[in-house]
Design a protein around this ligand. Structure first.
Ligand code: SF4
Length: 256
């Protein structure tokens, strides 16, 4: 029995089984090879696991790694209606080349577009609202069928991702970030070793590729995501609202 003057300490992890689960998995996998992380994710979550890919500049490595583990894994692609034509072509050719058998195109709801963005120019006045109806809501709807998902984010992608954990909890699900630890050089070496096709816009100075209205090429030496929503405070589309359970010790300095 606790007296009024006693302070009963409760760990936040004790209050949230999902965060505890994420912390356990992160402790086990934080130094593992991306392929091992993917195998563990499939073993733990099976048919309740999806991979979310932008089919952007760095997507081929994660998709290739996943195809080696399970080519039938559901791959969710946010078809916002604002992609470069090159991205839509790349999505088809890369999926075919890797033998991915369950790529799903997630599109905005007609009613959301009709009421909030009938002229397809909401990005000019409110990028958060635009991302919400074209990315956040479609992904939320699709993830209802899953308990865990895989992302392609890496720590080197910018200051907003420096503390990215390999496994984290967010929005009621487990998120695996198999490439969190990898450097640009490791990604490039893997892509070269497996002769993976590159997104056609990389050659034109786009190291990170999203919707065409919100993606610019970057200068040599700039942050790889500097061309995303350039000139604004926005750095993420809103689908990665997470609580990191255990930031890795080596995180400091270390895509959709
Ligand atoms: S990235 Fe730009 S165009 Fe794409 S959904 Fe977000 S605001 Fe809209």
């Amino acid at each position: 029995m606790a007296f009024e003057s006693e302070v009963v300490e409760t760990s936040p992890l004790e209050a949230d089984p999902l965060e505890l689960r994420a912390a356990e998995l992160n402790a086990r996998l934080r130094d593992a090879h991306p392929g091992e992380i993917l195998r563990a994710a499939v073993a733990e979550y099976g048919g309740r696991l999806a991979l979310v890919s932008s089919f952007g500049a760095e997507s081929a490595v994660l998709l290739h790694l996943a195809a080696q583990v399970d080519p039938s894994i559901p791959v969710l692609f946010l078809d916002t209606g604002q992609h470069f034509g090159q991205t839509l072509d790349y999505r088809k050719t890369l999926a075919a080349r890797l033998g991915l058998t369950d790529v799903r195109d997630l599109r905005p709801q007609y009613q959301d577009l009709a009421t909030q963005d009938p002229s397809a120019n909401l990005y000019k006045t409110d990028t958060n609202a635009c991302c919400n109806i074209r990315k956040v809501l479609p992904l939320d709807r699709a993830l209802q069928d899953f308990d865990a998902w895989i992302t392609g984010r890496k720590r080197f992608q910018g200051v907003s991702r420096l503390r990215l954990a390999v496994v984290e909890a967010g929005e009621g699900r487990i998120k695996f970030n198999p490439l969190a630890n990898w450097s640009r050089a490791e990604l490039d070496a893997y892509a070269k070793e497996h002769d993976l096709p590159t997104h056609p816009l990389v050659a034109f100075g786009y190291p990170s590729i999203g919707c065409w209205p919100c993606t610019n090429p970057v200068e040599e030496g700039q942050d790889v995501r500097a061309g995303r929503w350039a000139g604004s405070e926005k750095t993420e589309c809103g689908i990665h609202v997470t609580r990191t359970p255990e930031p890795p010790n080596d995180a400091v300095g270390g895509d959709i």
